[in-house]
Design a protein around this ligand. Sequence first.
Ligand SMILES: [Zn+2]
Length: 149
Amino acid sequence: MKKMALMSLLFVTPIPVLAQPLPCSSFTGIPVPYIPNPALNNVGVAHTMQNGQPVIVMNPNVVGPLPEFVRQFWYAHECAHHALHPMHNSEMNADCYAIKAIRNIGLISNPQQVGFLLNYISTLPGNIMTGHLPGPARAQNMYACFATP
Ligand SMILES: [Zn+2]
C-alpha cells in the first residue's frame, strides 16, 4: 500500500524543476545565450549585438522571485523574439509561443497554474510603443494559444 501511494504521488507530480532557462535558438539556428543584468529596466529584452549575435538580457531581481513556470514563460517570451521569423515576430506571437513552449514541456499542466499565469499577465499595463496589449487582452490571447495545439 505504501509503495502504491508513493507511485501515485510521483505520477501526479511530473513538473520538472528547471533552474536554468530552456535552451534558445534564433530562427536562423544561432544559439541565444541569456545574460543577467540586475540594472535592466524591464523583466527582459531580446537584443542583437553589433556583431549580429542574438542575446537575451534578463533582470534576475524581477524573474527571481516568480514561480518557475512564470519565470520560464518570460525566458520563452524573450526567446520567441529571436526564434520567430521577423515577419511573425510580434508581442502577441511571442506570448503565444511562450505559453505553448511551457505547456509542451509540461511546466504548466493544471488549471491553477494557467490561472495564476493569466491573472498575473492581466495585471500588466499595455504599452503602445512596445506593442504590448493591455494585460487582460494579452491574457485572452494567451488563453486562446494555450487551448490550441
Ligand atoms: Zn516581448
